[in-house]
Design a protein around this ligand. Structure first.
Ligand code: CU
Length: 136
C-alpha cells in the first residue's frame, strides 16, 4: 500500500487530535490499610476502567462504586458504623480483593458525583472512601 504525500501529511496532522480524544478513561486505585487513593479525582463521562490494587499487607478489601451527591466521608452508617449499601445507588463492585492482588472493573458512568469505598466491616470508618467527579 502506497501513501500519497497529501494523505501522509493529513495522517500526521490528525494523529495528535486522535491522541487528544483518548480512549476510555482509566483510574488507578490503590487500597492500603484503611486508605484508598486514586490516580485522578476527575474523569470524563463514558466508559471508565478502574484498575484496583490491594497494597495492604494485612487486609482483604473490596471496591464499591457508588453514585451519590453526598461527600465521600458523609455516607449514612448503620449501628456498626458500616455504610448501608441498600440505601445507595451501587453502580458495581469488586468483592474480596486479596492482599497483593488486584482487579479491574469497567463501568459506564454518567456525569455526576461518585464515591468509591471499601465496605468491609470497619474499613469505611477507618478512612476507606474517596470522591470521584465525572465530568460531562
Ligand atoms: Cu477495606
Amino acid at each position: 500500500m502506497r501513501f500519497t504525500l497529501p494523505l501522509l501529511v493529513t495522517l500526521l496532522l490528525a494523529a495528535p487530535l486522535l491522541a487528544a480524544c483518548g480512549g476510555p478513561a482509566a483510574v488507578n486505585v490503590t487500597l492500603t490499610t484503611y486508605g484508598i487513593s486514586l490516580s485522578t479525582a476527575s474523569v470524563k463521562a463514558g466508559s471508565v476502567t478502574f484498575n484496583v490494587k490491594n497494597d495492604a499487607t494485612d487486609l482483604i478489601h473490596e471496591f464499591v462504586v457508588v453514585k451519590t451527591d453526598t461527600p465521600a466521608d458523609q455516607l449514612t452508617l448503620d449501628a456498626e458504623g458500616n455504610v448501608t449499601e441498600e440505601s445507595l445507588t451501587v453502580v458495581d463492585e469488586i468483592e474480596d480483593i486479596e492482599i497483593g492482588k488486584g482487579g479491574e472493573l469497567t463501568v459506564d458512568l454518567a456525569a455526576g458525583h461518585y464515591v468509591l469505598i471499601c465496605n468491609v466491616a470497619g474499613h469505611y470508618k477507618g478512612g476507606m472512601h474517596a470522591d470521584l467527579t465525572v465530568a460531562p
